[in-house]
Design a protein around this ligand. Structure first.
Ligand code: F6P
Length: 326
């Protein structure tokens, strides 16, 4: 196994708060171990286009507290083709990059897995996504900040809901994943959560509105964005308005504010720990795995297991919403 001399680093997919802290950790850990580090801008797109630059300790000064990603990010259709990946490999050779650290989510790891195997490039991934929809880590980088953004927003919506005696249907992000909705729902005391992993959410809501307490003046329902025709807050809002015209119902979509802002302590520490672990794993000969945190210990999971396939939602968490919204 050839010794790794130059690690290429990129962020890809949706940005997530804490990605900058992860970039800093990877750069500093590589330099600590006397390995060169090359930044790649705009994810796979930048890899294909040769948008590479050398990084040093100062290139990552003063970024640990910033949201977004200083390396920029993109989703790349071109990298899904063999020609695109071949072009990316040519650029790695041109810049003498002999290993990669990829920070991203599901799509990023699918792409890097294929690429690493096709061209025999060692890659370690860091879980960077607000969605928390990867196996092999209790939390992803960005999730904690995103749910804190959601609870700040929903607390404010609660004020106006209470003043006007309204029912609010609030849509949160998490492409086909209810992880943001579930945790933020518990933390905001939501009356109901509707998530793709629990098909009875809509029925429960109707049942509660028909047969539940009538003295509730305001209600918050948290809905995960979802591509089903049944899903989506506007669709649910339309249904509720039709069935319960006496309720004053409003829909609020929180959208991309959930992706920005200063990372929380938890995300900064998670990013720093997994960033160092990723570099040390590459140098120890690991490849094709994601560095995550399970029970507060660093854990490595092969990409094919990390990428989402029906992440388990703890049924107890759903019960807690039911019990506490009596
Ligand atoms: O994966 C992160 C995420 O924010 C999802 O929760 C959401 O569905 C998606 O990205 C939105 O993507 P875009 O940035 O293309 O709007």
């Amino acid at each position: 196994m050839a010794q790794i001399k130059n690690i290429g680093l990129f962020t890809s997919g949706g940005d997530a708060p804490g990605m900058n802290a992860a970039i800093r950790a990877v750069v500093r850990a590589a330099l600590f171990h006397n390995v060169q580090i090359t930044g790649i801008r705009r994810g796979f797109e930048g890899m294909i286009n040769g948008d590479f630059f050398p990084m040093d300790r100062r290139s990552v000064s003063n970024i640990i507290q910033r949201g977004g990603t200083m390396l920029k990010t993109a989703r790349s259709a071109h990298f899904k083709t063999y020609e695109g990946r071949q072009a990316a490999y040519e650029q790695l050779k041109k810049f003498n990059v002999d290993a990669l650290v990829a920070i991203g989510g599901d799509g990023t790891f699918r792409g890097t897995k294929t690429f690493g195997e096709e061209f025999d490039v060692p890659v370690i991934g860091l879980p960077g996504t607000i969605d928390n929809d990867l196996r092999g880590t209790d939390f992803t980088i960005g999730y904690d900040t995103a749910i804190n953004t959601v609870i700040n927003a929903v607390d404010k919506i609660r004020d106006t809901a209470e003043s006007h005696d309204r029912l609010f249907i609030v849509e949160v992000m998490g492409r086909d994943s209810g992880m943001i909705a579930l945790r933020a729902g518990i933390a905001t005391g939501a009356e109901e959560i509707i998530i793709p992993e629990n098909k009875s959410g809509m029925l429960n809501l109707i049942d509660r509105l028909e047969n539940g307490r009538k003295d509730k003046t305001s209600r918050i329902v948290i809905v995960a964005e979802c591509e089903d025709e049944e899903g989506g807050a506007f669709e649910i809002g339309r249904h509720v308005k039709e069935k319960f015209p006496h309720l004053d119902t409003r829909v609020s979509i929180l959208g991309h504010i959930q992706r920005g802002g200063k990372p929380t302590c938890m995300d900064r520490v998670l990013a720093s720990r997994t960033g160092v672990a990723a570099v040390e794993a590459l140098l120890a000969g690991r490849r094709g795995e994601m560095a995550g945190l399970i029970n507060n210990e660093i854990a490595f999971t092969p990409f094919e297991q990390a990428v989402k396939h029906n992440i388990d939602i703890d049924p107890n968490m759903i019960r807690i919403v039911e019990i506490l919204s009596l």
